[in-house]
Design a protein around this ligand. Structure first.
Ligand code: HEM
Length: 260
């Protein structure tokens, strides 16, 4: 009965409002923080290809459990992707609550944005737009990584980029991720007062500078990484599907042959 009254009046019998919106906001921040920090790690792991194919291969096998298993297992990666996927979808569902859902709400937001000319209000629009786009593109990428974890590697990933013509998709995803993540982490700091210091105005200015620096850094790293995968994919186009054999293994096979 009390649920029914609250449902109609927006307040409980004791005249209190539900704490649920605050709890959902907290959850949205926590999942966003996790995903933002995860993406920093992800970009460094994926960019290991810039050092060498062998290095990217070693990182891939590490995530497949090479440190403690005789035979690395790609399903370990699938499990991690599944967990990230659940957090990703939860974050997207929580974010959807904030989107304008009809023309009137959209009109009110646009009028506010153009009247206020406040950068943070405009940034919110970029975040909402990129978030919407990522809901589809991020889900497609995560589903692919979960079901085809065994293909991840210097040649598998590069073939996907070039021969499967996935690079335009990754380019759009990269732009969406870097803008969304950068703005998201900045907004988290402002919302919860992290790094606020004595003067909130000065610290907000510094935070904004840091946000742009981080976005530019990860965009540059991401574009270089994308170019490296495309280049390898192009060079490997005649041998699509062939797995990468690390240099040490080739040398060992050669040694055995020479000795024989
Ligand atoms: C545990 C989960 C994840 C794994 C294992 C993973 C793995 C990978 C791998 C191996 C690549 C290289 C290309 C390929 O093989 O297809 C890649 C690229 C990429 N991933 Fe993920 N990913 C994960 C989660 C995410 C999430 C949540 C996002 C953002 C929504 C994301 C965004 C990207 C982007 C933008 C690229 C292109 C990077 C670049 O161009 O530098 N990934 N990912």
């Amino acid at each position: 009965m009390s649920d029914l009254i609250e449902g109609f009046l927006g307040k409980s019998i004791e005249g209190k409002k539900s704490r649920m919106p605050a709890k959902l906001d907290y959850l949205q921040s926590a999942t966003g923080l996790f995903l933002g920090l995860f993406m920093w790690g992800h970009m460094f792991f994926v960019s290991s290809i810039l050092i060498s194919k062998d290095f990217m291969y070693t990182i891939t096998k590490f995530f497949e459990g090479s440190a403690f298993l005789k035979e690395p297992q790609s399903w370990l990666v699938s499990i991690v992707v599944f967990i990230v996927f659940v957090i990703f979808i939860s974050h997207a569902l929580l974010g959807m609550r904030k989107l304008p859902i009809n023309f009137r709400q959209w009109q009110a937001y646009r009028t506010h944005m153009s009247m206020m000319k406040h950068e943070d209000t405009s940034l919110w629009f970029i975040q909402a737009f990129t978030g919407f786009a990522m809901f589809f593109m991020g889900s497609a990428h995560l589903f692919m990584m979960m079901t085809k974890a065994h293909e991840i590697g210097p040649f598998g990933s590069s073939d996907r980029m070039y021969s499967d013509f996935m690079w335009p998709f990754y380019l759009l995803l990269l732009l969406a991720v870097e803008f969304h993540g950068g703005i998201g982490l900045y907004r988290l700091c402002v919302k919860w007062g992290w790094f606020e210091g004595e003067d909130a105005k000065i610290s907000r200015k510094k935070l904004k500078q840091a946000k742009w620096a981080i976005t530019v850094f990860f965009l540059a790293l991401g574009l270089l990484t994308l170019a490296a995968y495309v280049k390898i994919g192009y060079e490997h186009r005649e041998h699509v599907g062939e797995r990468y054999i690390p240099t040490a293994q080739i040398e060992m096979q050669y040694d055995v042959k020479v000795r024989a």
